[in-house]
Design a protein around this ligand. Structure first.
Ligand SMILES: Cc1cc2nc3c(=O)[nH]c(=O)nc-3n(C[C@H](O)[C@H](O)[C@H](O)COP(=O)(O)OP(=O)(O)OC[C@H]3O[C@@H](n4cnc5c(N)ncnc54)[C@H](O)[C@@H]3O)c2cc1C
Length: 421
């Protein structure tokens, strides 16, 4: 009987387990998780803090006991893998135990980067990724100890923390070294609209600034100084400045860039070793090159693909495109594709809160920003993915229906597939 190990049990690890069993494989499967929670969805952490969902909703796949029984696997909880050797293929856990496997999936996701803020002590600093992160910030909000919070990082994680605080009536300052919000995915025009909207909602946003100093004042609050000389006084600081793929334990001979490089079957450069989810760098279908695209659905798709391949049924993924769909403070920012790609940019809609800007080249859409057109995002994304995977964007009836009644500009509809007259 073959022996498989899955390291890390989030969306990618769970999808892999399910796929292995769906294939009918009777391999022994050992799962290693460095905590004792069931697999959870990090995207939902801020919804829990906000009070929009109950605690249990963060765990979409059920309890560890139910999963172990359903998929016949051994789950080693609170067991961190500290070393993965590629040859012979073996792992060593924190308790010094070493085991050999035929195939191993690395599905350890990513960890938030925690930068120091002057002399502010750790108990005033928060990150947002794990269930523990969510519980900690929610408890602090519930206790009433946080009346004002500084969120460092104007990314999709930062803005979701801002939203959770705003929804609870907690004053917010958001600061970023970048000159604009959503700097990696938004064109300037879309950023400006989002920033204006946040200002109307009472968020104090500061861009192009770095927190250069911080200390606890006599009143016990955090006094933070920014690089432009401005200051703020808050009760807590959420540091949302990015993530680092959790791959330091993996054999250094396994090829990596920002994350572990995989092919379309999620195979790494080492025989028998696969990687999926936020720890992996799969194919960006726009460029054909590998790229880190850290998304929930992408992690599940990659995990499934890895599980199938481990069980001997290769069904290669087509890769993915960059995307960012962020609902915040009752507003929507949607971006598909690479805003830094070469091409011509055109603002197609700029009316009130609605905004659409595209970047296109040779009749192909390389990036689109949309504000206020949330219901269309799936159809638009499917069109872009069809272009790049099949070389055509023939629309299905559902997409045609949605797009036809959407009021999207004709130029965009033409670029999206030319199917709507
Ligand atoms: C606030 C927030 C908002 C987000 N919003 C969106 C969104 O709107 N849309 C979207 O698509 N995505 C969003 N994401 C990203 C999305 O949640 C991730 O892309 C996805 O959950 C990654 O899944 P994963 O299985 O690769 O990693 P994870 O869910 O991180 O799972 C990896 C697991 O491995 C464990 N682990 C790590 N190291 C070890 C080790 N050495 N040994 C054993 N176990 C280990 C970790 O504890 C973890 O449980 C958001 C994330 C956050 C935090």
């Amino acid at each position: 009987m073959e022996r498989f190990a899955i390291i890390g049990f989030g969306a990618a690890g769970y999808a892999a387990l399910k796929a292995i069993r769906e294939c009918g494989s009777d391999a022994q499967i050992d799962i290693y998780s460095d905590h004792d929670y069931a697999p959870y969805n990090p995207m939902l952490t801020t919804y829990y803090i906000k009070g929009a969902i109950p605690y249990e909703a963060m765990f979409p796949f059920g309890s560890l006991e139910d999963i172990a029984a359903k998929y016949d696997c051994a789950i080693y909880k609170n067991t961190e893998v500290e070393d993965l050797k590629a040859s012979p293929l073996s792992i060593t856990t924190g308790d010094g135990e070493a085991r050999c496997y035929d195939k191993v999936l690395i599905a350890t996701g990513a960890a938030p980067v925690l930068l120091p803020v002057g002399d502010i002590p750790a108990e005033k600093l928060y990150t947002m990724r794990t269930v523990d992160d969510a519980r900690r910030l929610k408890e602090a909000f519930d206790s009433g100890a946080i009346r004002k919070i500084l969120v460092i990082g104007a990314s999709w994680v930062g803005i979701k923390v801002v939203e959770a605080a705003w929804a609870r009536g907690i004053e917010c300052v958001m600061a970023d070294m970048a000159e604009q919000i959503f700097a990696t995915s938004a064109f300037e025009g879309a950023s400006i609209k989002c920033e204006e909207y946040l200002a109307e909602e009472g968020i104090d946003s500061r861009f192009g600034v770095k927190a250069t100093g911080g200390r606890i004042g006599e009143n016990g609050r955090c006094q933070v100084i920014f690089s432009d000389g401005s200051e703020t006084e808050v009760d807590a600081i959420a540091v949302c400045v990015g993530i680092r793929p959790a791959a330091s334990f993996a054999d250094s001979t396994i090829a990596r860039d920002k994350a572990i490089i995989v092919d379309n079957n999620m195979k790494t450069s080492a025989e028998g070793v696969y990687a999926a989810g936020d720890v992996a760098e799969g194919i960006d279908m726009m460029t054909g090159r590998t790229r880190h695209i850290g998304l929930w659905a992408n992690s599940a798709t990659q995990g499934r693909c890895a599980g199938l391949a481990m069980a001997g049924r290769e069904e290669p993924t087509e890769g993915n495109i960059l995307h960012n769909i962020t609902h915040f403070l009752n507003y929507n920012f949607i971006s598909f594709g690479d805003k830094d790609a070469e091409g011509e940019r055109r603002v197609l809609v700029d009316e009130g809160s609605r905004y659409i800007e595209i970047l296109h080249r040779d009749g192909k859409l390389y990036c689109i920003n949309m504000l206020g057109d949330y219901e269309l995002s799936g159809a638009v994304k499917n069109c872009i993915i069809k272009y790049f995977s099949k070389g055509t964007a023939e629309l299905n009836e559902l997409e045609l229906g949605v797009i036809a009644k959407s009021g999207l500009p004709n130029e965009l509809i033409r670029i999206l597939g030319g199917m709507v007259k």
